[in-house]
Design a protein around this ligand. Structure first.
Ligand code: GUN
Ligand code: FE
Length: 426
């Protein structure tokens, strides 16, 4: 019964069972059977007795982290030029850099750095924006395939309100480039799948959105985009789409807002009650990106409301709005900004707890990819092995306390092992 993807990890195991419930098992046994979790036990059940046991000693073992929103071409300018708000930041920093990916040599250099960083990070699943360029997007997908991470990657669509050097010449041309990219990449990979990626409403004409809606239904594709991030952006969408009741409806009118195929929208900082109702009705996922919302002074998303209403919510780094690719950092930031919202904006919206933040970065976002983000029986075996021995403390700590400190204090060097669907990445 032993084999590549049949084994047992022994160590201090932590995983979410639900939004508010973190289970920890000290010196427990996490069973991997055919690449899926067969559960977590205090001793090895009889039927798994002949599985190889990998002893992780005193280390922590947690599910792989999920990044629901990251821009690969923006990795090159992370941590730079953070003094502008969204629309000026796009024009001044983002669009000139994204234009460079028309050059495959440059794309290769930059995307190799991105793929290497993602491989070393705690992330095992991610939704990734590329640029408008089909060939560079395919190259990014080739590189992500080699990392072994499970990712969805999108060629970006933009046919209006962009500088000439980054604007596709019309809806038909944008659709044609998307079709060509899809024909090259659909079914090409084990680990990477395409996701439709209209940048946001201001970048896409109605004609283009209608075409993308048809592609979505024809090829049954998921969708990723941005929603209600910034006040000026929302005013702009109102003037572009005067007949829609909310920003979300501007996607929904073209069938680009959840439903049969999954959709993930980044931000939702200023979603109205009407928009939140539509998000719930259509089962749209929210990628909460607290660091980006802070860096770009966008605002503080009401995550407590998302959780109370049981909206499908996970975390996103939104590099380069967010300065780094760490979902641990996103968990800590989700807690921090929720405290500011509670203190400064609405005292009825209680801060996010550590259990909830951990849930958001694992199981919450994980369900976008199916049964991922937990060690509950039947979930894909995505796991991280964490070594906190260098984060010394003068007292003995519980496993829960060690996990909490790890979220706040660790970096990639403390991640010593990573598995995706039972396959060891490092
Ligand atoms: N809205 C449209 N494009 C972008 C982007 O690249 N980053 C962020 N944060 N918001 C956007
Ligand atoms: Fe973004």
């Amino acid at each position: 019964m032993t084999g590549d993807r049949n084994f047992i990890l022994k160590g201090n195991i932590c995983y979410s069972e639900g939004v508010h419930t973190l289970r920890t098992v000290d010196q427990g046994f996490l069973i991997c059977q055919n690449g899926k979790s067969a559960g977590v036990y205090h001793s090895i059940p009889e039927q798994f007795k002949d599985f190889l046991v990998i002893d992780c000693n005193d280390k922590l073992i947690i599910p792989g982290l999920v990044d629901l929103h990251i821009h690969a071409p923006q990795y090159s300018f992370r941590g730079l030029s953070m003094d502008l708000e969204l629309l000026d930041w796009l024009n001044t920093n983002t669009f000139p850099e994204e234009a460079r990916y028309g050059d495959l040599e440059y794309a290769k250099k930059a995307y190799q750095i991105f793929a290497e960083a993602m491989k070393k990070s705690g992330t095992t699943r991610a939704c990734i924006f590329a640029t408008i360029h089909g060939p560079a997007t395919e190259l990014l997908m080739d590189l992500m395939e080699e990392t072994g991470l499970k990712t969805m990657v999108g060629k970006v669509n933009m046919d209006r309100n962009a500088p000439d050097y980054l604007c596709e010449p019309g809806a038909q041309a944008s659709e044609a480039e998307t079709l060509l990219w899809l024909s090259h990449t659909r079914g090409k990979y084990k680990n990477v799948t395409p996701i439709l990626t209209p940048r946001f409403i201001p970048s896409c004409t109605d004609d283009l959105m209608e075409r993308l809606g048809r592609l979505k239904r024809k090829y049954r594709l998921p969708v990723q985009s941005h929603l209600s991030e910034n006040l000026s952006e929302i005013e702009w969408v109102k003037s572009l789409c005067p007949s829609t009741g909310c920003y979300g409806e501007a996607y929904d009118q073209f069938g680009m807002f959840g439903g049969e195929e999954k959709t993930v929208m980044a931000h939702c900082v200023y979603s109205s009650e009407q928009e939140i109702e539509l998000i719930k009705k259509r089962g749209v996922y929210i990628a909460h990106c607290p660091q980006s919302n802070t860096n770009l002074a966008s605002g503080i998303a009401p995550v407590r409301t998302f959780l109370d209403l049981e909206l499908k919510t996970g975390l996103g780094t939104d590099v380069a709005g967010g300065s780094g690719e760490s979902i641990f950092r996103a968990m800590a930031d989700a807690i921090s900004v929720s405290k500011l919202r509670w203190r400064l904006v609405d005292s009825s919206l209680k801060p996010v707890t550590i259990e909830e933040a951990f849930y958001l970065g694992t199981l919450g976002g994980g369900s976008f990819f199916g049964k991922t983000g937990s060690f509950l029986e039947g979930y894909e075996f995505d796991a991280l092995i964490l070594d906190d021995s260098s984060l010394s403390h003068p007292q003995p700590l519980s496993t829960r306390e060690r996990l909490e400190r790890f979220i706040y204090l660790s970096d990639d060097r403390h991640i010593t092992g990573k598995y995706v669907e039972g396959k060891r990445i490092f």
